[in-house]
Ligand binder design. Structure first.
Ligand SMILES: Cc1cc2nc3c(=O)[nH]c(=O)nc-3n(C[C@H](O)[C@H](O)[C@H](O)COP(=O)(O)OP(=O)(O)OC[C@H]3O[C@@H](n4cnc5c(N)ncnc54)[C@H](O)[C@@H]3O)c2cc1C
Length: 462
């Protein structure tokens, strides 16, 4: 550790995940003296237990599906099965490479990295490894962990969280997934591709319930076709062990049995016992409350990432961390428009969106002021080549900007970059229609949807 007791950092950051390390890198770049305290591994959930490992598993699943289904493209292959140890090696190699890169980045920016479990000890200090680390400002970025329900004990073997699912040494024969949100449907998708018999149990009426209803319905149709089972609209009641697995009972008495139960009902903030309340930080159900500049009620303390009640996404953590660093360095900052944050669920098929849903637009602008348009990927050459189906749905304020883009289809997550420019630049359909999209790409589907919304459809039926 490079500091001594008299050092006062400009910024002391507790937690080295997406939010914490982004703040550290940007603050150091802006000339601030930064200490970054992490008890586990730099990179946090996203790199080690979240975004990156899940996408590696999903990609392995995609390869398995392609091997199984290659004949429809005229390619003969034999699918022999999943070597889960090799899948983990591939996944771990990806993580290791990124981890090394990130460690190098933090070192090269001259951030003082401190390994250890820290605790907020005053509005301007964190105690770690028996030392007090002083700062002019403290950033709380301790992230989140998987949640469970009362009476549902995660044992790490038969009743597991996403952390366990990512290192499971076998492909389960059958699995019940409690929760049909992003994490639940991503594991459902990957496991089904690996050969698991999957059932999702979701208490709300739809899978990915925070998405546009049209996207949920398209995903449900695609999952049904893939043989992924789901039970919607009834809440979980209890789980018990059977001779070789778990039995889940729902509130209506329906039961499901499987080898493993993955609890994917969301993640809760890591804030207990860390001194936050003692130092007067305002909190709500464990979340640290912040204003739109990520300031807590204590003037020397900010908070970002999954610890605060905003969207639990790595890129939101990055953006919030950067905002704090820039604010502390005296740069002009603007609040984040959370509706403008792109959201991707990386199952097969993918679900991607930016902006607001049709229902929310009607609430905000009035039903008669909202126009929607659906473009079916059946009219898109590249999607046909890939044999994927889905839709692009646009939500527009009548005679105004596009306020919602909702897409379903394999690889459609990659189109969210353009969609977010459309939303965040408040583009009019006619302006997007003016832009020429390369043929044949899936980006054309976005272009064609806007052509149609601008009143001049090309490859779509009026
Ligand atoms: C299975 C899964 C898949 C996901 N997929 C995606 C995805 O595809 N895209 C996406 O954008 N997001 C995804 N996420 C969400 C994303 O991982 C989180 O939003 C992001 O990691 C939040 O960053 P954070 O910095 O707030 O918290 P974290 O990444 O959780 O980091 C917090 C860090 O603080 C450390 N810490 C906690 N307490 C202390 C302490 N007392 N002292 C020192 N250190 C401490 C922890 O060890 C941890 O490293 C996924 C999450 C999961 C679980």
């Amino acid at each position: 550790m490079a500091n001594d007791a008299s050092t006062v950092f400009d910024l002391v950051i507790l937690g080295g995940g997406s939010g914490g390390y982004a703040a550290a890198l940007r603050a150091a770049q802006l000339g601030l003296d930064v200490a970054l305290i992490e008890k586990n591994k730099l990179g946090g959930t996203c790199l080690h237990n979240g975004c990156i490992p899940t996408k590696a598993l999903l990609h392995a699943g995609e390869i398995a599906d392609q091997a199984r289904e290659s004949e429809q493209f005229g390619v003969r292959t034999t699918f022999e099965g999943i070597d889960i140890a090799a899948v983990h090696k591939y996944k771990d190699d990806v993580i290791a490479g990124l981890y090394k890169g990130l460690q190098g980045l933090v070192a090269s920016r001259k951030v003082t990295y401190i390994e250890g479990e820290g605790k907020l000890s005053s509005p301007t200090s964190v105690d770690v490894n028996g030392q007090r680390i002083q700062g002019r400002h403290v950033l709380l970025a301790t992230g989140s962990v998987p949640k469970s329900l009362p009476g549902l004990t995660i044992d790490g073997n038969r009743i597991i969280s996403s952390d366990h699912a990512l290192v499971l040494d076998r492909v389960p024969q059958s699995a019940i997934i409690l929760g049909g949100g992003v994490i639940g449907v991503e594991f459902a998708s990957a496991w089904k591709s690996f050969g698991t018999d999957v059932t999702i149990v979701e208490g709300l009426p739809h899978l990915v319930p925070v998405e546009e209803e049209n996207s949920s319905k398209l995903l449900e149709r695609a999952f049904r076709k893939r043989g992924i089972k789901f039970n919607l609209g009834t809440f979980f009641q209890s789980a018990e062990y059977t001779d070789n697995g778990v039995k889940v009972t729902l509130a209506d008495g329906k039961t499901f049995e499987a080898e493993v139960l993955l609890v994917a009902i969301g993640r809760g903030p890591v804030s207990q016992g860390l001194g936050y309340e003692e130092q007067g930080v305002a909190m709500d159900r464990g979340y640290v409350l912040v204003d739109e500049y990520m300031r807590t009620n204590v003037p020397t303390i900010s908070a970002v990432g999954d610890l605060v009640p905003t969207l639990q996404l790595a890129h939101v953590g990055f953006a919030e961390g950067i905002l704090v660093a820039e604010r502390l360095a005296g740069l002009k900052t603007v609040p984040i428009d959370y509706d403008g944050v792109p959201r991707v669920t990386y199952c097969h098929p993918e679900v991607a969106s930016v902006g607001i849903t049709e229902a929310k637009a009607k609430e905000l602008y009035g039903a008669d002021k909202v126009v929607t348009l659906k473009y079916n990927l059946a009219g898109n050459g590249k999607s046909k080549i890939l044999k994927t189906s889905g839709e692009v749905k646009l939500v527009q304020v009548r005679d105004g900007a596009v306020v919602g883009v909702h897409m379903v289809g394999d690889r459609m997550g990659e189109q969210v970059g353009e969609a977010q420019l459309i939303y965040n630049w408040e583009a009019l359909p006619a302006e997007v229609a003016q832009l020429i999209h390369a043929h044949p790409t899936q980006s054309e589907a976005l272009g064609e949807a806007h052509l149609a919304l601008a009143g001049k459809p090309l490859h779509s039926h009026d």
